[in-house]
Structure formats: structure tokens, C-alpha cells
Design a binder for this molecule. Structure first.
Ligand code: TYM
Length: 333
């Protein structure tokens, strides 16, 4: 059997953005060639923000629709919604017993969000969020987890938990490796190139997969650059431009130095215009296919139900293994 891959994305926005796409989704699609791939819309992870019920329903389906539109193929990958496989929550509970309070407190995403929200605005699910993420991965014996750089620390925790349980109870979990592609592991906000592109950033700084072409062009044309004019990749001195070059290279398949050569002697205006065309052209078919899936919710729900059925079988097998090892008595029938 091919090595297993698991990854997930939260349904916290109506559209995924270019960071989600380049940081992770491109890899999800590519790994289908070589791996046994399992992907989920991790809706339980999104509950700690108390989304509007209608928004959560819409976003859960829209997120799955974008996976399919980007090339996740249900004939080759299991695609499902996390809450349809209750074993995720069950294993998270078990793993919670192996996670140190201090260890969970040190997760930078938790520290950043809880600092912003204050003690009153911070709930326990935000704190235990990485434990649920570990459960997602360990349930499927994933060997590789394709994600962006911002998830590296959560994967370290997942590895530590797997090793800790294995050390006490035998070889129960597969210890996963992060699959992070350096060049596109962190796509930055177009208005603030010192921050990652994020669903919670200002709208001017992100490019959404489902954005209208004219919105995409406008955002690229107003992206923050620097006072120079030369199109040259320099992450330290020209972080805004370096980010745009990264996007250009990733979507066109051309090397950064080729692109620099093309724009030698030309200014940022020409470069941004050409980049806007590249992005619009690249995203147009994905957007169209995603909207097609969004307009056929029955078909979409059926794909997700098939995926969940198969995922539950695998997940239950792992959970039985864990319960047996821990001495949890299973029902006789
Ligand atoms: P989420 O939903 O925030 O993001 C989905 C994926 O997109 C990547 N990403 C980025 N990559 C590059 N540049 C960016 N600016 C950028 N922004 C986001 C993320 O790294 C991620 O791969 N905790 C996860 C979801 C999750 C998960 C899992 C992932 C839950 N369980 C199990 C892998 C395995 C998260 O919040 O991703």
C-alpha cells in the first residue's frame, strides 16, 4: 500500500485564499499521484469561533467544493467532513490525557489568538485545538501531512504525542512528518508583507479563490511594494515584491530568475499587470468548477458521505487499537 497522507482545512471563510491554495492544496493534489490521500473539511475545529449556523453550513460545502475544483479527485482520495467521523472527537479526548498543560500553552497560534481575545474571550476548545488536530492525523496513520509553515508547531506536538503514547503502550501510532514546501510555505498579506495571508486579515491583503477577476486585479495592483523600481527577488529588502514573485512563479511554473529577466528594465506597474493576468487566468477554471459544485449540493453531499463512510472504517480500526492498548473494555457485540 502507498504511504498515507492526511490534511485538513477549516471552513472559516466563504472562500479559501491563495495562501491555503499554494501552501497546501497544490500539494494535496500532487500527492494523489504517489500516496494514499485523505482530506477533510475540519468543521469541529471551526466551532470555537461560534459561526452563524447558516454560514458554517455554507462554508463547509464551499470548502469541499474548492478542494474538488482544485483537483482533489474522489476516485483517488477520501474526502469528508470531520464531524461525520465521530472518532476524531473521541481520540482527541484520549490524547488530551497525554498533553501537558504547559505544552499546549506554548502553541504560538493559541498564544497569539488568546492574547488578542483576552482571558474572557478565550475558550477551552481554542486551547485543545491542536490536540484535535493530532487526533485527525493519528487516526489515519498518516506518514506525511501537507500544510503551510504556520502548522509546523502543531505537527511537532502531534509527533510528540504519538511518540509518547507509543513509548508507554507499544507501537500504536505512526509518527507523521510535515510535508512543507519551502518556496510557498508562507504566502504573505498583500497589504502587510510582514504577516501571513490569513482569513482574519484585512480584505485588501488577501486573494480569494472565489473572488471576481476584477477584484483580484485590483488587489494585485494595489499590493504594497517598495520605493525602488527593479523587479528583483529580495525577501529581506523587498518583502512585498518577493511575495508577488513567489506567487507569479508558483502559478506560472516559471523560475523566479526567468521572471526577473522578463521584467528587466520595466517597472512594478508592468509586473503587477502581468501577475494579475496570471492569477486571474489560473483561478478562473477553479472558481468556475467550485461554483458548479456549490450549485449541486446533493452531488457534493453524496461525495462527502462516501468519503466519511470509508474514513469511519479506518478511524474505528485505529480507535479500537488505542482502546485495547489502554485497557478500555470494548462492548461484547
Ligand atoms: P487552516 O484552515 O488555517 O489553513 C489551511 C491550510 O492552509 C495553510 N495556509 C497557508 N500556507 C501558506 N501561506 C499562508 N499564508 C497560509 N495560510 C494558511 C495552512 O498551513 C494549512 O495547511 N489547523 C489547521 C487545520 C487542520 C489540519 C488538521 C491540518 C486541522 N486538522 C490535520 C493538517 C492536518 C488550520 O487551521 O489550517
Amino acid at each position: 500500500m502507498s504511504p498515507r497522507v492526511f490534511s485538513g482545512m477549516q471552513p472559516t471563510a466563504d472562500s479559501l485564499h491563495l495562501g491555503n491554495y499554494l501552501g497546501a492544496l497544490v500539494q494535496w493534489v500532487a500527492l494523489q499521484e504517489t500516496h494514499d490521500t485523505i482530506y477533510a473539511v475540519v468543521d469541529l475545529h471551526a466551532l470555537n469561533e461560534h459561526p452563524e449556523p447558516e454560514a458554517l453550513r455554507r462554508r463547509t460545502r464551499a470548502t469541499a467544493a474548492q478542494f474538488l475544483a482544485a483537483g482533489v479527485d474522489p476516485a483517488r482520495s477520501l474526502l469528508f467532513v470531520q464531524s461525520h467521523v465521530p472518532q476524531h472527537a473521541e481520540l482527541a479526548w484520549v490524547l488530551g490525557g497525554f498533553t501537558g498543560f504547559g505544552e499546549a500553552s506554548r502553541m504560538t497560534q493559541f498564544k497569539d489568538k488568546s492574547a488578542k481575545q483576552g482571558e474572557r474571550g478565550t475558550n477551552v476548545a481554542l486551547f485543545t485545538y491542536p490536540v484535535l488536530m493530532a487526533a485527525d492525523i493519528l487516526l489515519y496513520d498518516a506518514e506525511a501531512v501537507p500544510v503551510g509553515e504556520d502548522q509546523r508547531q502543531h505537527l511537532e506536538l502531534t509527533r510528540d504525542l504519538a511518540q509518547r503514547v507509543n513509548a508507554s503502550y507499544g507501537d500504536i501510532f505512526t509518527v507523521p512528518e510535515p510535508h512543507i514546501i519551502k518556496a510557498t510555505a508562507k504566502i504573505y498579506d498583500l497589504q502587510d508583507p510582514s504577516s501571513k495571508m490569513s482569513k482574519s486579515g484585512g480584505p485588501g491583503g488577501i486573494i480569494e479563490i472565489l473572488d471576481e477577476p476584477k477584484v483580484i486585479s485590483k488587489r494585485i495592483r494595489s499590493a504594497v511594494t517598495d520605493a525602488e523600481t527593479e523587479v528583483r527577488f529580495d525577501e529581506r529588502l523587498k518583502p512585498g515584491l518577493a511575495n508577488l514573485l513567489t506567487i507569479y512563479s508558483a502559478l506560472s511554473g516559471r523560475s523566479i530568475s526567468d521572471i526577473e529577466d522578463d521584467f528587466a528594465g520595466k517597472g512594478y506597474g508592468d509586473f503587477k499587470g502581468a501577475l494579475a493576468d496570471v492569477v486571474v487566468e489560473f483561478l478562473a477554471p477553479i472558481r468556475e468548477a467550485a461554483l458548479g459544485w456549490i450549485e449541486s449540493p446533493d452531488k457534493l453531499d453524496s461525495v462527502l458521505a462516501d468519503g466519511a463512510e470509508k474514513a469511519r472504517m479506518i478511524a474505528q480500526g485505529t480507535l479500537e487499537r488505542v482502546y485495547d492498548a489502554l485497557g478500555v473494555v470494548r462492548p461484547a457485540h
